[in-house]
Design a protein around this ligand. Structure first.
Ligand code: AMP
Length: 279
């Protein structure tokens, strides 16, 4: 596995892999790697892609500087996990390499999709995501890019970005990975105490409750909110949306939908989602 920090080395290495007839499988991450990230790596390797993992804690997608400062950083363990996952290339760019013009940099606006849910509660978050993902796509060049369904709204934003800006990138969604107790794997989970973790299970339990029987969208929203509040989650939203457009569904809607939940536990913002059926 080769490790690079500079953008010119990264661009040339990806180009080299393509020249050898490989499809580049890009797995963008913010580090603190866990089994959720590993699933993205495995999906790329199962397709025979040359695996390129990027580690970059992107300051632009944090609306809260304290959240950025607290974000876990585990570079040695990340290196080991990338190696074990069979990465061909590990890219660890510095902030200066990614944004040499600092605050003057050109940014990408993520559009309407980005103004609801996570985007409403974290202003500028998806513009930060879209800006960094556009840069990763531009430097890596033609590739398949793997994103987790854990961040379902982000996956929708990235698909829109690739299509709207014409990147030669196939965006692949990878199913959400959970701990055995149901908690969605997240780099942020390490900040929860044992009792916080018990409360955090309210998110996945809310989704299980929503998926347990077909009902009108408003009934599913209510069901999820009650389970989360009972568990001690400070609810940010509990929504039922169209799985492609993320438009909230009304009670006339019937068929497959996506339930999205978010909440705070011990000051840690957690998200989760699952397919549900409305009718
Ligand atoms: P992050 O490092 O949190 O920015 O995540 C990097 C990528 O890993 C994103 O595409 C996430 O959606 C994905 N990811 C994080 N946690 C999980 C999980 N539990 N299951 C599947 N994908 C995940």
């Amino acid at each position: 596995m080769r490790v690079v920090k500079r953008l010119d080395e990264w661009r040339a290495a990806a180009e080299g892999l393509r020249r050898r007839g490989r499809t580049v499988g890009l797995v963008p991450t913010m580090g603190a790697l866990h089994a959720g990230h590993r699933a993205l790596c495995d999906a790329a390797r199962e397709r025979g892609d040359a695996l390129v993992v990027t580690l970059f804690v992107n300051p632009r997608q944090f609306d809260d500087p304290a959240d950025l400062a607290r974000y876990p950083r585990t570079p040695a363990a990340d290196l080991a996990l990338a190696l074990e996952a069979g990465a061909d290339l590990l890219v660890e760019p510095t902030g200066d390499a990614m944004w040499p013009r600092g605050a003057q940099s050109v940014t990408v606006s993520a559009g309407d999709l980005a103004r609801r849910f996570e985007g409403r509660d974290r202003p500028g978050h998806f513009d930060g995501v879209a800006s960094v993902v556009a840069k990763l796509f531009a430097v890596t060049g033609p590739c398949r890019a793997y994103f987790g369904e854990k961040d379902y709204q982000q996956l929708c934003v990235v698909r829109a970005l690739a299509g709207d800006l014409g990147f030669d990138v196939e965006v692949v969604g990878v199913p959400l990975q959970r701990d055995p107790d149901g908690l969605a794997l997240s780099s942020r989970n390490v900040r929860l105490s044992a009792s916080g973790r018990a409360s955090a299970l309210g998110l996945s339990r809310a989704l299980v409750a929503a998926a347990s029987g077909v009902a009108a969208a408003s009934a599913l929203r209510e069901r999820m909110r009650v389970v989360m509040e009972d568990a001690g989650v400070e609810v940010a939203y509990a929504e039922v949306v169209d799985p492609a457009t993320l438009a909230p569904l009304d009670d006339d809607a019937a068929g497959p939908a996506r339930a999205l939940v978010a909440g705070l536990v011990e000051g840690v913002r957690l998200i989760d989602n699952a397919p549900v059926e409305v009718g």
